[in-house]
Design a protein around this ligand. Structure first.
Ligand code: WQD
Length: 339
């Protein structure tokens, strides 16, 4: 079976994708610099799939190490590229860290793949490229807005770099624009491991419920939505991981219609912050301590996906409900805190 490199493969979405790849029989090599992940995730992947992937602790900003990796692994069929810094707020404070890490690493990987007679590349992008879209649900044809953060800009520029490179190389690419990934593998063996205070909603909810945080601050209750809180498209991370395998198989089987294709990955349903809180209280049987405070700088009002293209062309759709995703996140939080 084809050898696939997964960069950032010990991270939240990366590790869940490695599980699904190994479940499908792919030979996986993980690259991760452990800056936002833990080596123990390899054991979790092994407990789920019965196989520990080969692992290389390379920092992809080190060009010579990237070159020697791909010389050693000259039989790589494809790369799924997750490795990137992803904290919106941090990117505003430290833009060069984001441009170097998110774009420098991308260039070095593509320079190795362009040497090949054929290569397949899947890029972890984000709905953040749409900014606040005018029309809901958001389709892939929705105009890209000027980025609201260096993080978002690295996703936009990354997509443009790939689009330029596929024109003059044997690389075929698929850009996957994620909406809001949440949850954890149902086994409880892997999940999200936010470092420090979680920026994202669901890990903050579960850390509040487990007693790590005093209360959740709901950033804004005066948005023009049904209940005044922001709306997002929360997608189970396992559904998201499975989409990567489907996309990879599309490229390996040469079913792609163009050398670069773009797909939005979401459920197609928007949920407000209060609806997520209510869903958590329902699945956990616990009341959540929260208060509505001022809006968070940079937040958009609403974003949820038009899933037609992913459903009809990619042949993928989400299987899990919001409550199932939140249940898996809560199970994971309880497990992580029980050790
Ligand atoms: C969701 C909603 C907050 C925390 C970001 C990135 C995106 C992707 C996912 C990387 C918003 C509200 C949150 C809290 C809150 N990241 N919230 N209290 O901002 O939609 O997307 O993470 O790829 O690129 O932009 O996700 O989970 O931070 O926020 O009220 O303590 O929850 O205001 O409305 P977001 P989020």
């Amino acid at each position: 079976m084809s050898k696939i490199v997964v960069t950032g493969g010990l991270g939240f979405i990366g590790s869940h994708t490695v599980v699904e790849l190994q479940n499908q029989g792919f030979e996986v090599v993980v690259i991760d610099n452990l800056s936002n992940s833990s080596i123990e995730v390899l054991d979790g992947i092994e407990r789920i799939t019965g196989k520990k992937p080969e692992f290389s602790a390379i920092d992809l900003r080190e060009k010579l190490k990237v070159q020697s990796f791909f010389m050693e692994h000259n039989d790589v069929a494809g790369v799924i590229h997750f490795a990137a810094s992803k904290a919106v707020g941090e990117s505003v404070q430290n833009p060069l860290l984001y441009y170097e890490n998110n774009l420098g690493a991308l260039v070095y990987i593509l320079q190795e793949l362009e040497k090949k007679k054929e290569a397949h590349f899947i890029f972890s992008s984000s709905c953040t490229v749409y900014g606040q879209a005018e029309v809901m649900p958001i389709a892939e044809t929705t105009p890209i807005q000027p980025a609201m953060s260096p993080y978002g800009n690295t996703k936009q520029i990354g997509e443009e770099i790939i689009a330029d490179v596929v024109k003059v190389s044997a690389i075929n690419a698929i850009l996957l624009r994620y909406f809001n990934p949440i949850g954890a593998h149902p086994s409880g063996e892997i999940g999200e491991l936010p470092i420090g205070v979680p920026q994202n909603l669901v890990p903050f909810i579960t850390q509040t419920a487990i007693g790590l945080r005093k209360e959740l601050s709901v950033y804004g209750g005066d948005y023009p939505t049904n209940d005044g809180t922001c709306v997002r498209d929360y997608i189970h991370v396992v559904d998201l991981a499975k989409a990567h395998v489907v996309a990879l198989q599309r490229l390996l089987n040469r079913q792609n219609l163009d050398k670069i294709e773009t797909f939005n990955l979401g459920t197609g349903t928007g949920s407000s912050v209060l609806e997520v809180i209510n869903a958590f209280e329902k699945v956990s049987g616990q009341k959540l301590a929260y208060k509505i405070v001022d809006r968070r700088e940079g937040d958009i009002t609403s974003a949820f996906a038009n899933t037609d293209k992913a459903n009809n062309i990619l042949g993928w759709k989400t299987q899990s409900t919001l409550e199932e995703a939140i249940t898996s996140a809560w199970k994971w939080e309880q497990k992580v805190r029980s050790v």
